[in-house]
Design a protein around this ligand. Sequence first.
Ligand SMILES: Nc1ncnc2c1ncn2[C@@H]1O[C@H](COP(=O)(O)OP(=O)(O)O)[C@@H](O)[C@H]1O
Ligand SMILES: [Mg+2]
Length: 253
Amino acid sequence: MATVIQTENLAVSFDGVTPVFEGLTLAIEKGEFVSLVGVSGAGKSTLLRVIADLIPAFKGSVRVDTPNDPTRRAIAMVFQAANLMPWRSVEDNITLGLEGIDVSDRLKKERVRWTLDLVGLGAYADRWPYQLSGGQQQRIGIARALAVDPDILLMDEPFGSLDAITRNALQDELLQIWKETGKSILFVTHDIEEAVYLGDRVLLLGGEPAHIINEYSIGIERAERRESEAFLRKVEKVRGGLQHAINATPSAH
Ligand SMILES: Nc1ncnc2c1ncn2[C@@H]1O[C@H](COP(=O)(O)OP(=O)(O)O)[C@@H](O)[C@H]1O
Ligand SMILES: [Mg+2]
């Protein structure tokens, strides 16, 4: 398998002295779905930002496999808030993600149609953000990210503000999109069940300075994950690991 993200001994520091995390080595393979959980403030969001090249590495390196195609990007991000522009239609919000890359008007239209179909909102191109529910807004946020046809989706607690029913629906839709498109996904969440439900693997970030302190391979068919004994055991195992990390992190108290 090809590695699409590789970090080696990575550290980030905001003051040039104290690292947020240090010695962080991870590899994500093409088509993998990896969940990332961790102590609050351990640097999960920071890790996504350094992978996306929004902030520099302090030590070590990040390597991201980049497509040789000007109509695509290597990486797109999805955040907890969709942050749609209220004065732009759904279609124009999606094409916002395409600004700065080389796409014809025809390809833009195709990308809008393709991404809206992927998120199940094919008939919503002409709507306005205020006409959408929270779940629909977040679907448009995902469509906007997919519009650059990225190899990698970095998702930072994307369902964190949704009600439980909508959240479950979006989890299943995301799995469907992942299967259909073969994207590689790095998904940050503080919800352990969500992490175990979605991921092929769950990485645990903790310690001081933080690093990947544990990795859980899930290995249960997704169709059997929601309520099976094996799933609940795995959730308890990851929860125990996280609790242990919190107890060992003085600043997390
Ligand atoms: N722009 C920034 N400037 C200074 N410190 C920051 C900045 N962004 C994050 N931090 C600090 O880095 C640490 C990790 O933050 P973050 O990555 O947001 O953690 P997490 O997402 O795991 O909760 C925290 O101590 C936070 O205060
Ligand atoms: Mg965060």
